[in-house]
Design a protein around this ligand. Sequence first.
Ligand code: BV8
Ligand code: ZN
Length: 244
Amino acid sequence: MVPAPLPLDDQSWLLVLTGAGVSAESGVPTFRGIDGLWRNFPVEQVASPEGFDADPAQVWEFYSERRARAQDVLPNPGHAALAAVEVRLGERFLLVTQNVDGLHRRAGSSRLVELHGNLFTSRCSKCARPPFPDTTVYPAGSVPSCDVCGARLRPHIVWFGEMLDERSLATIQAFLERAQGSPLFFLAAGTSGAVYPAAGLVDVARRGGAKSWLVNAEPADNAHHFDTVVRGKSGELLPLLLGV
Ligand code: BV8
Ligand code: ZN
């Protein structure tokens, strides 16, 4: 069944949250699906500070493998639809992504918050050197070191047990404050709703008066928090729901 588009008009504000499912049709494996990334590497070992301290080479192997894969893939119509609706809504639009694959930016999205960091950015695990672009696929077993202080480099990614960047949360808060008094829509796509605080964003938006939609291939952990749930592929559904 073809879903009705979101009733967006020239007063509407739209906050979108995406997860790994939005990149699945580009060929990027999701985390918890059958081809899940975590299958080979238990999440605590490869996406946590403890795991990095215990075996930095294994963590760099995990992220280098994802860098190699993500370089070969292309944005899909779901990414393109989100970039198009940003052009239409301008400052009344904000895209928050849990994805670190960089595909939203490659599709043209710029009003974008990368909540969990970015695969193609590294930083020093020790000194205050700012995070820097890094597309290097490091050879298995190697751990790159900072050329300023010599400490280990790490991916600029938010690991489990780590706080999100304050600026990300402030950007979302400021957007919701500016939207007050106008019709607000919240759309989540391709996310299992398992990871917080991202999975709690729907509740924050609803407290701001939002009508909420979820687009997902399977039931999500927090599906009951949404007014409307549309089952299916985001690459097919987002262009329809966003009318682009
Ligand atoms: C924090 C970087 C404060 C890594 C990631 C108990 C209760 C509540 C919270 C916690 C708790 N215990 C611990 C916590 C906190 C923890 C958390 O939420 N844990 C969960 C697992 C219970 N959160 C944190 O640690 C966060 N920090 O809370 O700080 C704090 C500090 C100290 C102690 C406590 C709290 C930090 C979380 C960030 C972790 N980093 N990513 C990396 O990417 O390498 S999370 C990781 O999972 C990815 O970012 C990923 O995006 C994210 C969420 O997964 P999804 O994107 O949803 O992907 P998933 O595969 O799960 O689902 C895809 C969905 O798409 C599926 O449903 C599938 O059906 C669907 N799909 C597939 N194909 C399609 C599709 N849909 C549409 N179309 C398709 N074609
Ligand atoms: Zn350093």
